[in-house]
Design a protein around this ligand. Sequence first.
Ligand SMILES: C[S@@+](CC[C@H](N)C(=O)[O-])C[C@H]1O[C@@H](n2cnc3c(N)ncnc32)[C@H](O)[C@@H]1O
Length: 496
Amino acid sequence: MDSFTSWFESRNGTLDSTSMTITEIPGHGRGAIALRDIPEGHTLFTIPRDLTLSTRTSALPSLLGNVEWKRFGLDVGWAGLILCMLWEEAQGPLSKWSGYISVLPSEFDTPMFWSLTELEELKGTAVVDKIGKDDAERDFYDKVIPTVQSRPELFPPKSKHLHYTLENYHLMGSRILSRSFTVSKWTDDLENVEPSGDASANGANGNVDNTGMEVDESPINGAEQEPDSMEESEDEHVEDIDDPSDVAMVPMADMLNARFESENAKLFYEQHNLKMITTKHVKAGEQIWNTYGDPPNSDLLRRYGHVDVVPLCAPLTGEGNPEDVVEVRADLVVSAASNASSEHLQERIDWWLENTDDDTFIIGTDCQLPEDLISFIRLLLQTDMEWEKTKKKSKLPKPSLDAEVFPVAIELLVKRLSEYPTTVQEDESLLNEPSKLTTRKRNAIVVRLGEKYILQGTMNELHKSREALRASEKDKNKRKSSHHSDATTTSKKARR
Ligand SMILES: C[S@@+](CC[C@H](N)C(=O)[O-])C[C@H]1O[C@@H](n2cnc3c(N)ncnc32)[C@H](O)[C@@H]1O
């Protein structure tokens, strides 16, 4: 770490080494530890914008030329930044970022690098379909290889097999996925900024924010020092951002780990610098945590290779990630509803997709059926006459949980649970013997068990609501009939 810190400071980064140090933390890789009590609002380190590594700051896009950059499709997605990182690495000590690239991790526990047997453990979860290995491979062959072959003076043929390999491409992609920030252009200077890909304008005016790591605009209470003009990075994952030149690697800021609701430092950005500032008092010896936006474990595992396990809130009990979710595909809803519904569903499904674009429903740890799911089930259950009315009014069915919806919803949850090859009990007993599990297997079990807890919890909540509905209907009928017999008695009395 010493050589990295020296490199960082030699490039005008500043680090308060009396307050924090970067060190190995068991189970977390490297992380930042407070060396003393640090007040809220304290600047831990500062990164000049031009020390961030992106397609705005690397010289490669301008050397290649904007027209060629676009011709090879490097302005779309992450291929451009990955190529910049491969190229910077190939420059060795001549690269401005050599002291940074050399300390980036070369091994990952993200599912991108799992064997097929390991991936089997994730069957049924939201992870498997989102790994994106094939898309990355396509970009490598369609964009990177043709670019490299077109300019031997920039990419010497003998360096091809050393640096511009598919394996390295995946490695750089994973580094971006787990460590990058969103660094947009500084708004005040937008007009002065050259089109992206021109290194002369690079980095002069970018705003930074980590892949999942955040920055805040709100004033910091009790700030030891408060920068004049500061913005906080948005809680926006780099995967979702529109402009790929906003994706940036931020040396030092990416050394901080994160844990559910534990953030005590955050990256703020100013016109020329990015600053890591404490957002809470941090005691000596404590870890300094950034935030990755508290995603569900399925996303944490896919992007970062670890999971969060903390106490869960009612209606769930035990431990897991409170932000966990289960995805339920619309086609599974259709199959759960098929016994109870009309045979001609395709027209309704097409209408639903046209009107909502919703083909997946999300259930969270509150274990409540989402309104859009209830509305979709009701659409499938409508009589032909009701369906004609819905079409005419162009209005989604009301999301009310009625007696007809319950059996379909319960059937749906049973079907969704059966997509996992193991049961809750089997997973729990596997987790009870941690010494028999690899980290990857343990993490896969935590992800799938978290999803199953939600499905089971939702089933319990549904049974409770159904009982409550039955009881209230019974009550209503009772009241109706006693009202009826009262009325009969009264009228009999009146007749007498
Ligand atoms: C932005 S980097 C943080 C620095 C990293 N630990 C390192 O050694 O360079 C993100 C990576 O740190 C690790 N990490 C972060 N938070 C963690 C946590 N709560 N538990 C385990 N690993 C964590 C994961 O490997 C993740 O991919």
